[in-house]
Ligand binder design. Structure first.
Ligand SMILES: [Zn+2]
Ligand SMILES: [Zn+2]
Length: 259
């Protein structure tokens, strides 16, 4: 079985399923995707997102505000802690730093990231970190405010091996998305080869970033198999081994997720 460790299920295009959320979940189940982690990007949208996933025991969730929304929304440590008490919330995020898309909100992004790291430390929960073009600040903040036992994951990883190595040294996991399958992602595929299998997670980040051969279409959790196949090819192991190892990794990192 596969786990999609990062998707935004409240944003999936359900038109191929006649707007039936369960039908979309079933199409993922038909490809052996048994569990998913639905990731929060804003407190405003957290409640409706949580209501959507609540009836489904196959879906875990996180709570947090995306770094590119830090200028619109600042979430307090206490608010994160309170929301994280809900059933099947297993992580804090996604949070982090994105200097690629926004340079003028750096201070607000840092403030938000700090609150998430502090809340996660207090909760002993892992953090889902989004990082782009902000290598040094991301690592420095994890070191300063993070709890290295509960750790976290650098999701949708697109940085270089140096960044991956530093994160691994901080007890973090590395999650790869459909970007790994893109034709021009040769450098990233070299990083995949170097990251130990025991520290890899797989994700779709759906509805964004559909893997080859679905690139350009709307992404869905069912396409996490293409990501897994790409990793299997790069590591020279079977698809079922990738399924088994990444599932074990998921439960080790997200220890509040019940099997
Ligand atoms: Zn992200
Ligand atoms: Zn995301």
């Amino acid at each position: 079985m596969f786990i999609d460790s990062h998707c935004h299920l409240d944003r999936i295009d359900l038109s191929p399923y006649e707007n039936n959320f369960e039908a979309m979940l079933q199409s993922a189940k038909d490809r052996d995707i048994d569990k998913m982690l639905c990731v929060s990007i804003s407190m405003e949208q957290f409640e409706p997102m949580y209501e959507l996933i609540k009836p489904h025991s196959s879906i875990f969730a996180s709570v947090g505000v995306h770094p590119l929304s830090a200028d619109k929304e600042q979430v307090a440590v206490e608010q994160l802690i309170e929301s994280a008490g809900k059933k099947r919330i297993v992580a804090i995020g996604e949070t982090g730093l994105d200097y690629y898309y926004q340079q003028d909100t750096v201070e607000l992004q840092k403030q938000s990231f700090r609150n998430h790291l502090v809340a996660a430390s207090q909760l002993e929960m892992p953090v889902i970190v989004h990082t782009r073009a902000a290598r040094e600040d991301t690592l420095a903040m994890i070191k300063e405010y993070g709890d290295l036992d509960s750790a976290g994951v650098l999701h949708c990883f697109t940085e270089d091996w140096g960044m991956a190595k530093s994160a691994l040294d901080l007890n973090y996991y590395i999650s790869f998305s459909g970007i790994t399958t893109f034709r021009n992602a040769e450098e990233l595929r070299e990083v995949v080869k170097k990251v130990p299998l025991e520290r890899i997670l797989i994700e779709t980040d759906a509805p964004y970033l559909a893997p080859v051969p679905h690139r350009g279409k709307k992404n869905e959790p069912k396409y996490v198999v293409e990501v897994a196949q790409c990793i299997a090819d790069l590591k020279g192991v079977s698809l079922s081994e990738i399924a088994a190892v990444t599932t074990d990794n998921f439960y080790r990192l997200f220890s509040k997720a019940d099997v």
